[in-house]
Design a binder for this molecule. Structure first.
Ligand code: XMP
Length: 522
């Protein structure tokens, strides 16, 4: 097998796995390792190139991660991205400073046509040497090290990219790996193929076949319990497992009372005994149990932990009823892991199915068959497994459900309000998409703000909640933009929600990108 390899050294950024994935899209094998990976191991792997990722630190911080200086002597091309770029500058004699203005989001970058990473962009008709790239930084490179030439700038950033081809060092302050960097993939491909000389012959073997085989071997004759939520990830994980171990698998669906309107019944219709799959299916109606635990709790991370922990307790109880369960299956995917900080990145949210897992889980082992995949890769696997398209393309729904779409304390009354508002919102967006009035956003939902405001209905004063509407376009859920919804559609949705949902007197539309915001509000 062709094993030309790129190593990604992880300095704690949010997009590290994404870099690996883009390299894999160049048909080049790629591994992600902590930046502390010993030099001897790096040498043994004989990579064709090394990429330093971004990270939350400043290169001048007391404990800020540094690259082993010996790396620079290996003669292997290095690409530094964001923090990685600043590290190259800092360690090789340039100057890094706090930028006068932080840059977040889409930024126009003008580049030098002679830059090795930008060569392919120049061949494009009408390309004037400018591109849109995604920035997320507070420090910047004020001066490139000696021997480097500056190959890109922004109005704020004097060194948005630099290179020293003689030594094989390249750096971009922006993130070429994210989709919002318009030509970022070409820039990464230029590094992988042109600079590192990778031939692009590596192919990812069929993930579904390999995983089914591996799971079958691991489970043997053991019993498996699957946490089924009905979302894309856990549905794909459940079908994958059912193909691997058949009736050794029991899927438990916990209705925690934080699902979208009618969703519990819909999940039962698909995965229950009347559905198309040959699964053992148990539905647990645990709504009140979750509401009781959440009473008086306002802090989002506490809510996540409580919901996650209660989930596990319910599973344990079910497992005991089934008897001798060996494995628990979860639909954890890559972004859950990265954003939970388990890969060394900063903790943004502890997703309940990863960071919030209690240590005393009563199972032999947890199986997470999708933990290496991004959402669109999970969908591909789902289609390969023959799961119907309407399920595969269902928009994602967080594990803690409406619990994190209700700002502040969660209770049954608030759940009902947000369910009704969300159902109207989704119905109207779906209609507008079908009628060709807008492009389908990748995720859209209503959330209940904790804000109450004065209104007037009929001749009466009201003091009701404001609902926040969120719709984003994204392909990887790591970065996102607010979707453009035609005004007529938004205003019709607002009228319907305030007229039809008791307890709501205002609708607000969230226009924020990710970063700096996240997709969910909590
Ligand atoms: P954020 O809000 O972090 O969301 O930008 C990125 C994607 O992850 C989903 N999300 C979650 N999924 N448990 C989950 O299983 C969680 O706690 C959680 N929080 C966010 C979110 O819906 C989006 O698709």
């Amino acid at each position: 097998m062709n094993r030309e390899m790129i190593i990604v050294l992880d300095f704690g950024g949010q997009y590290n796995q994404l870099i690996a994935r883009r390299v894999r899209e160049c048909n080049t094998y790629c591994e992600v390792h902590p930046y502390t990976l010993p030099l001897s191991e790096i040498k043994a792997k004989a990579p064709k190139g090394i990429i330093f990722t971004g990270g939350p630190n400043s290169v001048y911080g007391a404990d800020s991660p540094q690259a082993d200086p010996e790396l620079y002597k290996l003669g292997i091309p290095i690409l530094g991205i964001c923090y990685g770029a600043q590290l190259l500058a800092h360690q090789l004699g340039g100057k890094v400073e706090t930028a006068p203005v932080s840059e977040y989001g889409k930024t126009e970058v003008s580049f030098e046509k002679s830059g090795a990473l930008f060569g392919e962009l120049c061949g494009e008709p009408g390309n004037s040497g400018c591109t849109i790239a995604w920035m997320s930084h507070t420090d910047y490179i004020a001066k490139a090290p000696e021997g480097f030439s500056v190959t890109a700038k922004t109005p704020v950033c004097p060194v948005a990219a630099m290179e020293c081809p003689e030594k094989g060092f390249y750096a971009t302050q922006f993130h070429p790996e994210v989709m919002h960097s318009k030509e970022g993939f070409k820039i990464l491909k230029a590094f992988v193929n042109d600079v590192c000389g990778c031939t692009g012959k590596w192919q990812m073997a069929s993930f579904a076949d390999e995983t089914i085989k591996a799971v079958r071997e691991k489970v043997g004759s053991g019993k498996v319990l699957c946490a089924l939520s009905g979302g894309v990830d856990s549905s794909v994980a459940a079908v994958l497992l059912s193909k691997a171990v058949g009736k050794q698998l029991t899927c438990v669906f916990v209705d925690h009372g934080l699902l979208r309107k009618d969703e519990g019944d819909q999940v039962e219709a698909v995965f229950g005994p009347d559905g198309p799959y040959d699964l053992n299916f148990i539905r647990v109606n645990a709504q009140q149990r979750f509401y009781d635990k959440l009473a008086g709790v306002e802090e989002p991370e506490r809510k996540r932990k409580i919901i996650g922990e209660e989930f596990i307790r319910v599973f344990e109880e079910e497992a005991k009823k089934i008897g001798a369960v060996d494995f628990l299956v979860q639909g954890t995917i890559y972004p859950d892991i990265i954003e939970s900080g388990l890969g060394g990145s900063a903790v943004i949210k502890s997703h309940h199915n990863v960071g919030g897992l209690p240590d005393y889980v009563d199972f032999k082992e947890i199986i997470e068959p999708l933990r290496m995949l991004f959402k669109d890769e999970v969908r591909k696997v789902g289609l390969e497994l023959g799961i119907p398209e309407y399920l595969v393309y269902r928009q994602p729904f967080p594990g803690p459900g409406l619990g994190i779409r209700i700002i502040g304390e969660v209770n049954a009354e608030k759940v009902k309000i947000v369910q009704e508002a969300d159902a109207i919102y989704r119905e109207e967006i779906d209609r507008a998409v079908k009628e060709g009035k807008m492009v389908a956003p990748n995720q859209y939902f209503a959330a209940l703000t904790n804000m109450r405001s004065v209104g007037v209905m009929g001749d009466f004063r009201t003091y009701d909640y404001a609902v926040a509407l969120r719709a984003v376009t994204t392909s990887d859920f790591m970065t996102a933009e607010a979707a453009e919804i035609p005004w007529a559609v938004l205003s019709h949705i607002t009228t319907r929600i305030v007229n039809e949902v008791k307890g709501v007197s205002r609708c607000l539309y969230d226009c924020t990108t990710k970063p700096p915001a996240t997709i969910e509000m909590e």
